[in-house]
Design a binder for this molecule. Sequence first.
Ligand SMILES: NC(=O)c1ccc[n+]([C@@H]2O[C@H](COP(=O)([O-])OP(=O)(O)OC[C@H]3O[C@@H](n4cnc5c(N)ncnc54)[C@H](OP(=O)(O)O)[C@@H]3O)[C@@H](O)[C@H]2O)c1
Length: 233
Amino acid sequence: MQIEGSTALVTGANRGLGRRFAEELVARGAKVYAGARRPEAVDLPGVIPVALDVTDPDSVAAAAASTGDVSLLINNAGSSTVTSLLEGSLADIELEMNTHFFGTLAVSRAFAPQLAAAGGGAILNVLSVLSWVSLPGNSAYCAAKSAEWSLTNALRVELAGQGTQVTALHVGYMDTDMAAHVTSPKSDPAVVAKLALDGVADGQFEVLADELSQQVQRGLAGGVAALYPQLAG
Ligand SMILES: NC(=O)c1ccc[n+]([C@@H]2O[C@H](COP(=O)([O-])OP(=O)(O)OC[C@H]3O[C@@H](n4cnc5c(N)ncnc54)[C@H](OP(=O)(O)O)[C@@H]3O)[C@@H](O)[C@H]2O)c1
């Protein structure tokens, strides 16, 4: 996928990683639609703000209708309520699923015809190391990211026929508002955006942006005991 000359739509482009994606795409010569719930919050020069709430079907349809030439879709928008599946509120659990799973699904379905019209194009889904491992206390987000991972695999297989490349980004903590409460080491979202776009340009199925993601992916082969050592007797 050639980034220069492409037309990208980034969801959640007003801050955090999404803003970094939009910035890097402009630098690489793409036309950029910056999707945001509040388009007036988009402060990047050189992008076209587009109103887009990924959980609102009317908003998704309007964004698709107002564009028409998207060849690279970046599903970046994300919520983090830090909610336990067992003890948290069902409303927060639904928010996580609605944003990460149903939102990504709705946007992908709405924009797939534009990607096809562009000759196939590409989708980049922003997943997480938490697509692969569940954290106590944050399990609603983890479940939503796991569902989004499965969705990403489905999109890759089902859109192959129209020539759409689907790349998954897995990453641990990044230095954004979402992880402001975290004291562990965090990646620079500008660096992560560059790595992910390099992966898209190279046609990679997945980009593992940090050592933690690589380590946890290796852990999948070791089964439950490898990923959850606290369960070992
Ligand atoms: N930060 C991390 O440590 C980390 C690690 C792994 C993966 N991720 C993933 O990286 C992606 C970006 O997160 P971030 O770290 O940049 O978080 P962030 O700084 O909190 O930004 C989240 C972005 O998503 C937008 N958003 C939330 N709900 C939305 C909706 N319904 N419709 C449209 N936009 C919506 C927000 O818009 P508003 O300004 O309107 O709220 C904001 O632009 C997410 O998918 C997240 O799950 C983050």
